[in-house]
Design a protein around this ligand. Structure first.
Ligand code: GZL
Length: 329
């Protein structure tokens, strides 16, 4: 009966114009695979693509998993739909990379009512009842961002620019996402501490190169060139570089100071070439941690509620050809 239900669900989704990219292939009673429904934010950045790849590699069939994947295209509504479909298909686990922090209570309560454990990866969910999710894997966004801001202060001091007015253009990620909230808070705290710093403007680049490019071009058409651009991810930094190239504005060594987050391979290469001044790493390789958490749960063990990945700051003098060759993303 379950197989007929599953086929009906898939057909219904297809007939209603929805796509059913995540229909489980084998009913629960016919498989030994652990079925995981993964609701991913989107494919907005190099970081996100690496994150998806890490999850696919870890939650593979040879590792004992059937992974049902949904790309929400950065829309929370699509994540709600995906989670509800995973519940209908009675997956064993749900993994959620939440696009923003709020609004998750009801759909997480539905998963709990269906006795399906939920693992949160990357950004966080803001819920009063933290038993709504089993575990969270991600980065200490605020810690890394505070370190990046401290680096900027030291770099400006070293240029004896401590007292001169420093104009900072701030490219923010998706509003309300943990990465945006905490990376923005770090810069705002830095601007409050250093009276010579001014955040000239805060532009929403939504973590994408295209939007950051558009926003930066529009800003620079009517405003002076800033001293520093603080980009909350690499793809927005690439958009800023694209805009500045078109306008003939120098950046990196001897030009506008560029700070960016993620430290994907392309950004590290630019940093090695002196085009980006600081890459603050954000590790996307959540797959192995999530696999380990699920295997712990399968053994009846209780995983850590929160687990952080290790990260560091990269400047030009730390980046060698060997390091670049060693990078997984
Ligand atoms: C950070 C993650 C952010 C990355 C961006 O953990 O949420 O989302 O910094 C991605 O590249 O779009």
């Amino acid at each position: 009966m379950k197989r007929l239900t599953l086929i009906f669900c898939a057909l219904a989704l297809l007939l209603l114009g929805g796509c059913a990219p995540y229909v489980r292939q084998t009913p629960e009673e016919e498989t030994t695979l652990i079925t995981v429904g993964f609701s991913q934010v989107g494919a907005e950045s190099d970081w996100r693509v690496a994150n998806t790849e890490s999850m696919r590699e870890s939650l593979s069939e040879e590792n004992g998993f059937e992974l049902l994947f949904d790309n929400a295209r950065q829309k929370q509504e699509n994540q709600f739909k995906a989670i509800r479909t995973f519940i209908q298909q009675d997956v064993d686990y749900i993994v959620l990379a939440p696009v923003t922090e709020t609004g998750w209570e009801s759909v997480l309560e539905e998963a709990r009512a269906a006795n399906i454990p939920v693992i949160i990866v990357d950004r966080q969910v803001e819920v009063n009842d933290t038993t709504l999710f089993t575990s969270w894997v991600g980065s200490d966004f605020r810690k890394t961002a505070d370190e990046a801001v401290a680096w900027l202060a030291e770099a400006l001091d070293a240029r004896a620019e401590t007292d001169t007015d420093v104009q900072i253009l701030h490219l923010q990620g998706t509003p309300g996402s943990t990465a945006q909230l905490q990376r923005s808070a770090a810069l705002e705290a830095g601007a409050f501490k250093h009276q010579s710093w001014t955040i000239a403007a805060q532009l929403n680049g939504d973590f994408t190169q295209a939007k950051a490019y558009e926003e930066t071009r529009a800003y620079l058409a009517n405003n002076p060139v800033p001293d520093v651009v603080y980009c909350e991810n690499d793809n927005m930094c690439f958009g800023v570089m694209q805009a500045m190239d078109e306008l003939g504005i120098a950046y990196g060594e001897g030009g506008v100071t560029l700070i960016t987050f993620d430290a994907v391979h392309r950004a590290l290469s630019y940093c090695k070439d002196g085009k980006i001044d600081l890459c603050a790493e954000c590790n996307p390789l959540h797959g192995p941690r999530v696999r380990a958490i699920i295997e712990q749960l399968e053994r009846g063990e209780t995983p850590e509620k929160r687990s952080y990945l290790s990260e560091q700051l990269f400047m030009k003098d730390r980046i060698t050809d060997e390091l670049l060759e060693s990078r997984i993303y």
